[in-house]
Design a protein around this ligand. Structure first.
Ligand SMILES: *[C@@H]1O[C@H](CO)[C@@H](O)[C@H](O)[C@H]1NC(C)=O
Ligand SMILES: *[C@@H]1O[C@H](CO)[C@@H](O)[C@H](O)[C@H]1NC(C)=O
Ligand SMILES: *[C@@H]1O[C@H](CO)[C@@H](O)[C@H](O)[C@H]1NC(C)=O
Ligand SMILES: *[C@@H]1O[C@H](CO)[C@@H](O)[C@H](O)[C@H]1NC(C)=O
Ligand SMILES: *[C@@H]1O[C@H](CO)[C@@H](O)[C@H](O)[C@H]1NC(C)=O
Ligand SMILES: *[C@@H]1O[C@H](CO)[C@@H](O)[C@H](O)[C@H]1NC(C)=O
Ligand SMILES: *[C@@H]1O[C@H](CO)[C@@H](O)[C@H](O)[C@H]1NC(C)=O
Ligand SMILES: *[C@@H]1O[C@H](CO)[C@@H](O)[C@H](O)[C@H]1NC(C)=O
Ligand SMILES: *[C@@H]1O[C@H](CO)[C@@H](O)[C@H](O)[C@H]1NC(C)=O
Ligand SMILES: *[C@@H]1O[C@H](CO)[C@@H](O)[C@H](O)[C@H]1NC(C)=O
Ligand SMILES: *[C@@H]1O[C@H](CO)[C@@H](O)[C@H](O)[C@H]1NC(C)=O
Ligand SMILES: [Cu+2]
Length: 555
C-alpha cells in the first residue's frame, strides 16, 4: 500500500514538475484561392494555407487554441470547430449568422477557445454556404500529459479525411441551383486525403498510401468532411477495432466496415497482421432513398513494408449504396466507454421533452423551374438566415432578428413515415427554442415521408448528446421510451436520423449561448433543415457568456 502511495505521489510530483499548465497554441489560417494539386481538371480552389485538405490542428486536452483567420479569398466565410464544446466561448463557434457575421474578403478574425475535458479526433470546416467543400481539416486532441489512452498505445497514428470533389466552381453551382429551386449537382468524385484514386477523367498522379509494418498496430483518425455523402470505409482483409467516435471513447468493438456520416469522426485501431502486400482501402457512398448521389468509390492503398514492386492488389467487396443493414450494425454496436475515468453522465430527469420532425418539402416559387422550390424543415419551419448573427442579437438585445417561439412539437400529428399529408408545403421563420441554464433536454428527431423519407445526419453545436434510442417508423412515446439505454449510450455531436425512423437524444444545457442544430448534408441545410437553441445565462460569470472579442466581424 505504502509503495502505491509513494508511486502515486511520485507521478503527481513528476507530472506537476514537468507540465502543470496547459499550453496556448497559435495557428495562422490564411484562406486563399490556390490549387496545389490539379486533380480532376479544376484550377483554383479555396484552401487554408494552400492545402487540400487543410492543415491539422494538434493540441492537448485543456489547451487553449488561438487561430488567426485571414480571408484572402473572394468570398465571405467563417470557420467552425466541429465538435469543440466551446464552453462559454460561443463567439468562437463559427456558423455564419448564428454566432458571428462572416469574415469578409480582406478581413481577419481570431478564434480563441479552450479544449476543456475533450480528447480525440474532431474536424474544422468553413461554415458559410458550401465553402467547406475544400476548406476543412482535422483537429487532433491528445490526452493530457501522462494520461494514457484507454486502449493499447498504437505504434503510429494516421489521419484519414474523406471528402468530395467538384470539377466546377461549387459556389456558382449551388447559387444556380438555389435560383432554379432544383437539387444541386452531386460531386464528381470522392476523395481520401485529397485523392480520388482510380476515377475516370479524375486521376491524380499519386494516391494516398497508408504505409504499415508487420505486427504493428495503427490508430486511424477517420473524418468524414464530405458535404453530402455518408460513407462506408473498408480496408481489404483487415478489421477495425473502434475505440472512439466524435472525441468520446467507446467500448471497443470489431468490424470490417465503418459507417461514417458528414461531420462524424471515428478512431479505429488496425493491426497489420496479414501477409505483406498491397491492400485496397475504399470509401464508398451510402444512400437508401431514391436520391441522386455521387456513387463513385474513392480508393487508396495499405502497403506493408518490404512489399515487392508490382505485387498484386488485394481487393475487397464494396457494399452497395443501399446497405442499410450495415449502417445499423455499426451504429447499434456503439456504446460509451462509461468507465470510472470517463463516465456517461446521461441526464435522468428531463426538463424539456421535445419532438421535432425533420424532412423536405416543396414550396411555390414563381421564378423557379417548375414553379416550385425544394425546401427542408424542422417541425415544418424552414429556417431563414438572419442578416446579423443570432448571438449578437441575443447579447445586445437587438430586436426583430429572431423570435423564441420555435415549437416543441410539429403543428399537427400525422402518420409521419407512412401517409404524409398531401400538402407538402412548409412555413418559415427565424425561430429559436429557449432553454434555461443547466436544464435537461430530451429530443426525439422524427424523419418524415413528405416527398420521400431519407436519413439525416444531424449536428448540434456546443454540446455532446447521448443517443438513448433509435427505431423505425413513428416514435411511440410510451412503448419506445421503455427501451432507452440510459446506462452507456454513445456520446456524439453528429447523429443519424434513420430513413423512415427516429432517434432520441439527451443533453444538459450547461453552455450559455446560441447553438445551431442542422442536417450535416449541406444540401438539406441550404434548403432550411436547421434551427437554433438559445441557452440563457446562469448565475455569475462562470455560467454566463462573456462579451464578444473586439475583432468580432460586423455585418
Ligand atoms: C483568449 O481568451 C482569453 C480569455 O478567455 C484571454 O485571456 C486571452 O487574452 C485571449 N487571447 C487572445 C490572443 O485573444
Ligand atoms: C449568384 O448568382 C447571382 C446572379 O447570377 C450573382 O449576382 C451572384 O454574384 C452569385 N453569387 C455567387 C456567390 O456566386
Ligand atoms: C451540373 O452538371 C451538369 C452535367 O454534369 C452540367 O452540365 C451542369 O453545368 C452542372 N451545373 C452546374 C450549375 O454546375
Ligand atoms: C451511378 O450513377 C450513375 C449516374 O447516376 C448511373 O448511371 C450508374 O448506374 C450508377 N452506378 C451504380 C453502381 O449504381
Ligand atoms: C439495393 O439495390 C439493388 C439494386 O438496385 C436492389 O437489387 C436491392 O434489392 C436493393 N437492396 C435493398 C436492401 O433495398
Ligand atoms: C406536393 O403536393 C402537391 C399537392 O398535393 C402535389 O401536386 C405535388 O406533386 C407534390 N410534390 C411532390 C414533389 O411530391
Ligand atoms: C406546414 O406549414 C404549411 C404552411 O403553414 C401548411 O400549409 C402545412 O399544412 C404544414 N404542414 C405540416 C405537415 O405541418
Ligand atoms: C415565408 O413564408 C411566407 C408566408 O407563407 C411567404 O410569403 C414567404 O415567401 C416565405 N419566404 C421564404 C423566403 O420562403
Ligand atoms: C446542474 O444540475 C445538476 C443536477 O441538478 C447539478 O448536479 C449541477 O450541480 C448543476 N450544475 C450547475 C453548474 O449548476
Ligand atoms: C469560477 O470558476 C473558477 C475556476 O473554476 C473558480 O475558481 C471560481 O471560484 C468560480 N467562481 C464562482 C463565482 O463560482
Ligand atoms: C458578405 O457578408 C456581408 C455581411 O453580412 C454582406 O453584407 C454581404 O452581402 C456578403 N456578401 C456576399 C457575397 O454574400
Ligand atoms: Cu438531411
Amino acid at each position: 500500500m505504502r509503495c502505491i502511495i509513494v508511486f502515486i505521489t511520485l507521478l503527481i510530483v513528476l507530472s506537476c514538475g514537468v507540465v502543470v499548465e496547459s499550453l496556448v497554441r497559435h495557428y495562422s489560417f490564411i484562406v486563399l484561392l490556390k490549387n496545389e494539386r490539379k486533380a480532376c481538371g479544376r484550377k483554383d480552389i479555396m484552401t487554408v494555407n494552400g492545402k487540400f485538405p487543410g492543415p491539422t490542428l494538434y493540441a492537448r486536452e485543456d489547451d487553449t487554441v488561438i487561430v488567426r483567420v485571414t480571408n484572402r479569398a473572394n468570398h465571405n466565410l467563417t470557420i467552425h470547430w466541429h465538435g469543440v464544446r466551446q464552453l462559454r466561448s460561443g463567439w468562437a463557434d463559427g456558423p455564419a449568422y448564428i454566432t458571428q457575421c462572416p469574415i469578409q474578403p480582406g478581413q481577419n478574425y481570431v478564434y480563441n477557445f479552450t479544449l476543456s475535458s475533450q480528447r480525440g479526433t474532431l474536424l474544422w470546416h468553413a461554415h458559410f454556404s458550401w465553402i467547406r467543400a475544400t476548406v476543412h481539416g482535422a483537429i487532433v486532441i491528445f490526452p493530457k500529459h501522462g494520461v494514457p489512452y484507454p486502449f493499447p498505445h498504437p505504434y503510429k497514428q494516421k489521419t484519414i479525411i474523406l471528402g468530395e470533389w467538384w470539377k466546377s466552381d461549387v459556389e456558382a453551382m449551388v447559387n444556380k441551383s438555389t435560383q432554379l429551386g432544383q437539387p444541386p449537382n452531386v460531386s464528381d468524385a470522392q476523395t481520401i486525403n485529397g485523392h480520388p484514386g482510380h476515377v475516370p477523367g479524375c486521376a491524380t498522379k499519386r494516391g494516398f498510401t497508408l504505409h504499415v509494418e508487420t505486427g504493428k498496430t495503427y490508430l486511424l483518425r477517420i473524418i468524414n468532411a464530405a458535404l453530402n455523402e455518408d460513407f462506408f470505409f473498408k480496408i481489404a482483409s483487415h478489421h477495425f477495432t473502434i475505440v472512439e467516435v466524435d472525441a468520446s471513447y467507446t467500448k471497443p468493438f470489431k468490424t470490417n466496415t465503418i459507417f461514417i456520416s458528414p461531420g462524424q469522426t471515428t478512431n479505429a485501431l488496425v493491426r497489420a497482421h496479414r501477409p505483406i502486400g498491397k491492400y485496397l482501402i475504399a470509401a464508398s457512398p451510402f444512400m437508401d432513398a431514391p436520391v441522386a448521389i455521387d456513387n463513385l468509390t474513392a480508393t487508396a492503398f495499405l502497403r506493408y513494408k518490404r512489399t515487392p514492386k508490382n505485387s498484386p492488389i488485394v481487393f475487397t467487396h464494396i457494399p452497395p449504396p443501399n446497405s442499410t443493414l450495415l449502417t445499423n450494425q455499426f451504429t447499434d454496436s456503439l456504446r460509451s466507454l462509461n468507465s470510472e475515468e470517463y463516465p456517461a453522465k446521461v441526464p435522468l430527469f428531463i426538463d424539456h421533452n421535445l419532438f421535432f420532425t425533420v424532412g423536405v418539402g416543396v414550396n411555390p416559387c414563381e421564378t423557379c423551374v417548375n414553379g416550385v422550390r425544394l425546401v427542408a424543415a424542422v417541425n415544418n419551419v424552414t429556417f431563414l438566415m438572419p442578416q446579423i448573427s443570432l448571438l449578437q442579437s441575443h447579447y445586445y438585445n437587438i430586436p426583430g432578428v429572431f423570435t423564441d417561439d420555435f415549437p416543441a412539437n410539429p403543428p399537427f400529428v400525422y402518420d409521419y413515415t407512412g401517409k404524409p399529408p398531401t400538402n407538402n408545403q412548409t412555413s418559415n421563420g427565424t425561430k429559436v427554442y429557449r432553454l434555461r441554464f443547466n436544464s435537461t433536454v430530451q429530443l426525439v428527431l422524427q424523419d418524415t415521408a413528405v416527398i420521400a423519407p431519407e436519413s439525416h445526419p444531424i449536428h448540434l453545436h456546443g454540446f455532446n448528446v447521448f443517443i438513448v434510442g433509435t427505431g423505425l417508423g413513428n416514435f411511440d412515446p410510451i412503448e419506445d421510451w421503455k427501451g432507452f439505454n440510459l446506462v452507456d449510450p454513445v456520446e456524439r455531436n453528429t447523429f443519424g436520423v434513420p430513413n423512415g425512423g427516429w432517434i432520441a437524444i439527451r443533453f444538459r444545457a450547461d453552455n450559455p449561448g446560441v447553438w445551431f442544430l442542422h442536417c450535416h448534408l449541406e444540401v438539406h441545410t441550404t434548403w432550411g433543415l436547421r434551427m437554433a437553441f438559445l441557452v440563457e445565462n446562469g448565475e455569475g460569470p462562470n455560467e454566463s457568456l462573456p462579451p464578444p472579442p473586439s475583432d468580432l466581424p460586423q455585418c
